[in-house]
Design a protein around this ligand. Structure first.
Ligand code: NBP
Length: 483
């Protein structure tokens, strides 16, 4: 009898193909299926030729070729296709079989699907997979959540294909119940938006303010990649700036309109829903939106005057300040992202392992960096750490970075170069370390026009007061609640 497959995969596009090649290379036999069935034969006879793959031409074939408990993983377009495939697979599975979604699904969908699949006596795993094509083939970062009973059955496959850090620890561990894995993957993508945007702001300042060429910037990024900023995104930026087409930097020929597939927006929406100040990522999403308004910007650039860009300072000092600005802002972005995960964990009853999440992001994924090792240490030192800025190492680093970071923001604003993420992060930092913010005035305004009441610094918390500010209003206060 032919050997049964260890796992089945639906979706032979870029991620699926590379992930099953990775699984096969680790000794697993994989059954593969795709909606457009010709792609199955093309793959099995092409990149998969001579390897341990079983090509299936229907869902029935796929399920029949699997060892029990059966594991069926989908890597298809997020959204309706995932629900459609679940409905197609469920009738063919038995109690205890496992459905896995490895796509970029929105976490509320994963919460709903986990409940639905469990109601059928089956188990569900929603796992973030990061690292793109190369990661899928050579070792992605994987963030699985869903039915906890499924984890022992998928752990070996997942951890064997995942990226590994220097000591061999896999960048994959159980994240938590229902949508926790996809939530953490979503925050990963939001942080990716932020890291990319602050790098772009540094690039614009070097180019427009300091007048640097792509070659000069390439050298700066090469240096930065050796220190605190050492990361995949700094590394690829170095390479992009060094890439030439017909002797000229290709990057300068690319249209300045950014696309997005929604995960940054979801992160911002989740932050607004949970009331978490996720300012750097929020600004990064809006920066992409503004970039996409190209025609309007071209129009505006012809009629609206700003300051003349003029830099008379010390260029080497400015480049050093830029490095500090990037590092300071990056710390803020992760502090905000972790703050969001903590609030979501409280809201959804997830028991997230924050150090473990840093380790999952340490290799294989787009935001991989040396810095994540220090986040892991911060949570090892204090698993209850309420904010990364209160960890002694990061507090010291951000304090050391702030002078240069402030000079960068001030110079950019004076010269009219937009740096929304670097500045919003600095404002968050100053707000976070302020004992008193002007919200006393804000509460007075709310009470003035809407009788929304206020608490007083000379009375215990929880007592609410209303003042008849004009003498014309009544004494009836509005109900006090937060939305
Ligand atoms: P795509 O996101 O392009 O999806 C292609 C797969 O979805 C093919 O198998 C295709 O079948 C199937 N599909 C589509 Br499209 N519409 C369908 C429908 N209406 N019903 C059923 N199947 C449908 O592939 P990908 O880039 O490999 O990504 C797979 C998943 O992984 C996505 O959720 C993506 O967001 C996520 N992801 C991608 C990356 C990346 O770098 N690309 C990284 C991390 C995560 P067909 O062959 O018949 O058209």
């Amino acid at each position: 009898m032919t050997k049964l497959a260890d796992i089945g995969l639906i979706g032979l596009a870029v991620m699926g193909e590379n992930l099953v090649l990775n699984m096969e290379s680790k000794g697993y036999t994989v059954a593969v299926y795709n909606r457009t069935v010709e792609k199955v034969d093309k793959f099995v006879n092409g990149r998969g030729a001579g390897k341990n793959f079983i090509g299936a031409h229907s869902i029935e074939d796929l399920v029949a070729s699997l060892e029990k408990p059966r594991k069926v993983m989908m890597l298809v377009k997020a959204g309706q296709p995932v629900d459609d495939f679940i409905d197609m697979i469920v009738p063919h599975l038995d109690k205890g079989d496992i459905i896995i979604d490895g796509g970029n699904s929105h976490f509320p969908d994963t919460i709903r699907r986990t409940k639905y699949v469990e109601s059928k006596g089956l188990l569900y795993v929603g796992t973030g997979v990061s690292g793109g094509e190369e990661g899928a083939l050579n070792g992605p970062s994987m963030m699985p959540g869903g039915s906890p009973e499924a984890w022992p059955h998928v752990k070996d496959i997942f951890q064997s294909i995942a990226a590994k850090v220097e000591d061999g620890t896999p960048c994959c561990d159980w994240v938590g119940e229902d949508g926790a894995g996809h939530f953490v993957k979503m925050v990963h993508n939001g942080i990716e938006y932020g890291d990319m945007q602050i790098i772009c702001e540094a690039y614009q300042l070097m180019k427009d303010l300091l007048g640097m060429s792509a070659d000069e910037m390439h050298e700066v990024f090469k240096e930065w990649n050796k220190g605190d900023l050492d990361s995949y995104l700094i590394e690829i930026t170095r390479d992009i700036l060094g890439y030439k087409e017909d002797g000229e930097a290709l990057v300068e020929k690319i249209l300045d309109t950014a696309g997005q597939k929604g995960t940054g927006k979801w992160t911002g929406v989740a932050a607004l829903d949970l009331g978490i100040p996720l300012t750097l990522i929020g600004e990064s999403v809006f920066a992409r939106c503004l970039s996409a308004q190209k025609d309007l910007r071209v129009e505006a650039s012809k009629v609206i005057e700003g300051p003349k860009v003029k830099f008379e300072g010390d260029k080497a000092q400015m480049i050093n300040d830029l490095k500090d600005a990037l590092f300071g802002a990056k710390i803020i972005s992760y502090a905000q992202g972790y703050n969001l995960m903590m609030e979501a964990a409280a809201e959804h009853g997830w028991n997230l392992n924050y150090g473990g999440i840093a380790l999952m992001w340490r290799g294989g994924c787009i935001i991989r960096s040396v810095f994540l090792g220090d986040i892991k240490k911060a949570f090892d030192n204090n698993p209850e750490l309420p904010n990364l800025l209160l960890d002694p190492y990061f507090k010291g680093k951000v304090e050391a970075a702030q002078a240069g970071w402030r000079r960068v923001c001030a110079t950019a604003l004076t010269n009219g170069v937009p740096v929304p993420s670097l500045t919003s992060a600095l404002c968050y930092f100053d707000g976070f370390r302020s004992e008193r913010l002007p919200a006393n005035l804000l509460q007075a305004q709310r009470d003035y026009f809407g009788a929304h009441t206020y608490e007083r610094i000379d009375k215990p918390r929880g007592q609410f007061f209303h003042t008849n500010w004009t003498g014309r209003g009544g004494d009836t206060a509005s109900t006090t609640y937060d939305v």
